[in-house]
Design a protein around this ligand. Structure first.
Ligand SMILES: Cc1ncc(COP(=O)(O)O)c(C=O)c1O
Length: 319
């Protein structure tokens, strides 16, 4: 079929079975979110956050959208903003990959780089910075994926139903990473209706506080990690632990090794967070006693990490 415009190609991403990992009695499946037009799962929320703001009358033609993002949400927003005639300014922490920033600049986005080494509450922290910028400009709209209900809604209304249909309702566990918590919360809302005993498995970078909070209900001191897009030093307001049954932490090295194996052995060229997700899916598969259908995501494309985890020199120097 022919689509009327690029925005219609968001979603309906394929699911592929994996064969090269030791999953015990279980089967592993991966939903290729990199097949979205700007290359990640975040295209879904770019569309829903802008279209819902339009429906609520919060945007007028030519307005500037402002967001704090590690990259992929920015790309999703840039795609939708350009099609709909909005300007976009992004505040980005300076650890983010050059490919993402170059891609955003090429899409016409204004980029403000800020520090990655400061936490929430610091004026240079990317989210505080973006919020301040939006409050100073009357023609600006702060997207704020961290508390925008259209973020989880996108997953409740698209990602969840797609999984349910594509897997023919035969899915027992979903392995997710958490950034803004939109994916996990939206999927949890959907599966509470369809399959309330769904096993959600949290995949967290070593250094993030989310896994320990699940086990101990305490926020430990955060460390640092190289994987982009998931893991937090706070518990996102939208976080929903209610269907989470297990949580695993994965080191940067395990993540990069897993992502590179995924490319070598399965031909799936995904980003660094996918390494965390697949590694956690394998841990869960090996630990569970029953045969389960376990689904996870390739959240973004490996193209954005050619100068990092797919570069041997970078790996030797950084990991
Ligand atoms: C690159 C990337 N961004 C974001 C997410 C999830 O994000 P959120 O919790 O913001 O929905 C993932 C999930 O694995 C991811 O890999």
């Amino acid at each position: 079929m022919v689509y009327k415009n690029i925005l219609e190609t968001i979603g309906n991403t394929p699911i592929v079975e994996l064969h090269s990992f030791n999953a015990g009695l279980s089967k592993l499946y991966i939903k290729l979110e990199y097949a979205n037009p700007a290359g990640s799962i975040k295209d879904r929320i770019g569309l829903s956050m802008i279209e819902n703001a339009e429906k609520e009358g919060l945007l007028k033609p030519g307005d500037t959208l402002i967001e704090a993002t590690a990259g992929n949400t920015g790309l999703g927003l840039a795609l939708v903003a350009a099609q709909k005639g909005y300007k976009l300014t992004l505040v980005i922490p300076d650890k983010m990959s050059k490919e993402k920033v170059d891609h955003l600049r090429a899409m016409g986005t204004e980029i403000i780089m800020t520090r990655s080494d400061v936490g929430k509450g610091h004026p240079e922290y990317y989210q505080d910075y973006a919020e301040r910028l939006a409050s100073e400009n009357p023609d600006a709209y702060y997207i704020n994926q961290f508390s925008n209900p259209s973020n989880p809604k996108a997953h409740e209304l698209t990602t969840g139903p797609e999984i349910w249909k594509q897997m023919d309702q035969n899915v027992d566990a979903i392995v997710v990473g958490v950034g803004s918590a939109g994916t996990i919360s939206g999927l949890t809302s959907f599966f509470k209706q369809k399959k309330p005993d769904m096993n959600f498995v949290l995949a967290d970078p070593a250094g993030s506080v989310l896994k320990d909070y699940f086990h101990e209900k305490k926020i430990k001191e955060a460390g640092s990690w190289l994987v982009e897009g998931i893991g937090e030093d706070f518990i996102p307001g939208q976080m929903d632990y209610s269907l989470v049954k297990e949580a695993y932490e994965v080191t940067d090295k395990e993540a990069f090794d897993t992502a590179r194996k995924l490319l070598r052995d399965e031909g799936i060229f995904a980003g660094s967070s996918t390494g965390i997700l697949v590694a956690a899916a394998v841990k869960y598969a090996q630990q569970t006693q029953s045969a389960q259908n376990i689904l996870t995501f390739a959240c973004d494309t490996g193209n954005k990490y050619l100068s990092k985890m797919y570069n041997d020199t970078w790996l030797e120097e950084n990991v």
